[in-house]
Design a protein. Structure first.
Length: 143
């Protein structure tokens, strides 16, 4: 397949990105642990034409247009959910959850939970600095 990449779009609150090709076709890279896949769509079609991993059955009917999901990250929504981190930010991974737990999130009152949630979102949105060490809780990363 000789194609040129026109653009690359990272999907918010998804572990996925889309490469738009100049022909109108697209590649969806779904980075979901053991359900990871590369999915090929012809001419902006809703359903895929080819899958890298055919055994991932749900990908055969995956409409790429359904993936960009808006997350309401407002304080009012947080309060509605009584600070439930899993419901407020479903894509929050194992390391950020551990970070929250280390800081007493489960036992904290709603105002403290909100402060911690804002802090972890800020950390996740900040780009990593390369060429040094980065400590997140008890884990040290070397970039």
């Amino acid at each position: 397949m000789e194609e040129t990449i026109l653009s690359c779009e990272v999907l918010d609150f998804e572990r996925s990105f889309i490469m738009n090709l100049t022909s109108g076709k697209l590649l969806l890279f779904k980075l979901h642990a053991n359900r990871s896949n590369v999915i090929y769509y012809e001419d902006q079609e809703e359903l895929p034409t080819k899958l890298f991993r055919n055994e991932v059955q749900e990908d055969k009917i995956l409409d790429w247009k359904s993936l960009p999901v808006h997350q309401d990250l407002s304080r009012s929504r947080f309060d509605e959910l009584n600070g439930n981190a899993s419901q407020f930010l479903p894509t929050l991974g194992k390391i950020p959850r551990a970070w929250l737990k280390e800081r007493g999130y489960p036992e904290a009152d709603l105002d403290k939970k909100w402060i911690l949630m804002e802090e972890i979102i800020d950390i996740l949105e900040a780009p990593f600095c390369f060429g040094g060490k980065f400590r997140w809780g008890t884990t040290e990363f070397i970039a």
